[in-house]
Write a protein that binds this ligand. Structure first.
Ligand SMILES: C[S@@+](CC[C@H](N)C(=O)[O-])C[C@H]1O[C@@H](n2cnc3c(N)ncnc32)[C@H](O)[C@@H]1O
Length: 225
């Protein structure tokens, strides 16, 4: 599951230079995640912030946001796009190599990033870093399996095409971007929803795991004392 960090960094350094600030299947669920933020929220952490779109949303309801990403290009662009958000600190970091302070964050978010991390090590680390009553917000992709996922996918296609036409005026991204994502996809892999639920039952008791239409799932988990 967890690819070599150098490969992931190279993929996202390349994608950072090609991609704009566009709606996509993950950002479609940003508002859903934000509705589960704790209030008040002093300290937020985003893991794998990319170009910072979700960090800026977190920053509107948090006193401070620490936003980490492996890719220097992503962090540079995130900083450039976030000039109006002095309460966000962007840092180039591999979250698995960086120590996170214990019980520091009210909210920790990972959007389309958890599948890059070794879950068995990442989740305990994230749990330790959350305050009691802090909330973990995850959105990620999953490996489709079985009839139910195939049926969901059949419904998702027309919605996805309609939303892409509405948001971008086209269905396909430019060729260079398609090629960069295809190259990244060659070494990307995802858990099935059943596997996600199994991991959550073991490591995040009480977590709400939901399947969303546009090939995404979410985990909302509150740390209790
Ligand atoms: C698919 S992108 C998602 C970016 C952003 N969250 C979004 O939704 O647009 C995954 C991001 O996770 C970052 N990433 C992957 N592994 C990481 C790690 N170990 N530590 C920090 N960031 C990581 C990548 O560099 C990339 O920017």
């Amino acid at each position: 599951m967890a690819e070599a960090m150098s490969t992931i960094r190279a993929d996202f350094d390349r994608l950072a230079l090609l991609s704009g600030e566009e709606w996509d299947h993950s950002s479609h669920y940003h508002n859903f995640l934000l509705r589960h933020m704790p209030s008040p929220c002093r300290e937020s952490l985003e893991i794998g912030c990319g170009a910072g779109a979700f960090s800026r949303l977190l920053a509107k309801s948090s006193e401070r946001v620490l936003a980490l990403d492996l890719s220097p290009n992503m962090i540079r662009i995130a900083g450039e796009r976030s000039a109006l958000f002095p309460n966000i600190e962007f840092r180039v970091a591999d979250v698995m190599a960086r120590e996170l302070p214990a019980e520091k964050f009210d909210c920790i978010a990972a959007v389309a990033t958890l599948h890059h991390l070794p879950m068995a090590e990442a989740l305990p680390k994230i749990k330790r870093a959350l305050k009691v009553n802090g909330v973990l917000l995850v959105l990620d992709l999953f490996q489709s399996e079985g009839l139910s996922d195939a049926a969901t996918s059949a419904l998702a296609w027309p919605l996805s095409i309609g939303l892409k036409l509405l948001r971008h005026g086209r269905v396909m991204p430019p060729r260079q971007i398609r090629e960069a994502w295809a190259e990244h996809g060659r070494h990307d892999s995802y858990l099935t929803l059943a596997e996600v639920r199994e991991v959550c039952a073991e490591m995040l008791p009480g977590a709400e795991v939901r399947k969303h239409l546009l090939w995404r799932y979410s985990i909302i988990w509150k740390k209790v004392a």
